[in-house]
Write a protein that binds this ligand. Structure first.
Ligand code: ADP
Length: 168
């Protein structure tokens, strides 16, 4: 059984993430998408909200499950006995950061946790959760970035945080 973890913040999940989930799900027997509770970032959505949206957008992919974890990816990977992490690469700018994390995970896990990179599809190479939040914070259209159920949740939050851009 080939099993991989796709870890991330997913704040919120975008079409770019969904593209990686779909493609990774064809490469592995099982894929666990894990929302890591990253204290270095101030998220728009709680971990539970992010998990809920991920479950909804991946409900039709039978070999994908969604989970969350507070702690090191390596510890989560050991907990579920999975030694492959999948990460997405958009551009050279991602590479340096991702390479560093991949090396760190491999080193601190004693060579146990390996990382596999999947390059983003061209049409999503520009897309990030931060861009989605930035666009929506000024009342911009995010339809091309996220599925309708995610768009709805983002707008709900933005109406509270930036009501000046969401007048009826
Ligand atoms: P992080 O885990 O660094 O907080 P994210 O949760 O936004 O970042 O993303 C999780 C993973 O998905 C990362 O490997 C990131 O590079 C990748 N990713 C994000 N957006 C895209 C995209 N548009 N296309 C492909 N991969 C992406």
């Amino acid at each position: 059984m080939k099993h991989a973890i796709y870890p991330g913040s997913f704040d919120p999940v975008t079409y770019g993430h969904i593209d990686i989930i779909k493609r990774a799900a064809t490469m592995f027997d099982d894929l666990t998408v894990c929302v890591l509770d990253n204290k270095a970032k101030t998220p728009l959505f709680s971990v539970d909200e992010r998990v809920k949206m991920l479950r909804k957008v991946s409900e039709n992919i039978t070999n994908v499950r969604v989970d969350s974890y507070y702690g090191l990816l390596m510890d989560y990977a050991r907990k579920i006995d999975c030694h492959i992490a999948v990460r997405g690469l958009r551009a050279v700018t991602d590479f340096e950061y991702e390479l560093q994390i991949a090396h760190a995970n491999r080193t601190i896990s004693g060579g146990w946790l390996d990382t596999i990179f999947i390059t983003s599809s061209m049409e999503y190479a520009y897309l990030s959760s931060s861009a989605v939040k930035e666009i929506a914070s000024f009342g911009g259209d995010i339809k091309l970035c996220v599925p309708p159920i995610v768009e709805e949740e983002v707008i709900k939050k933005m109406k509270i945080r930036h009501p000046e851009f969401y007048k009826e």
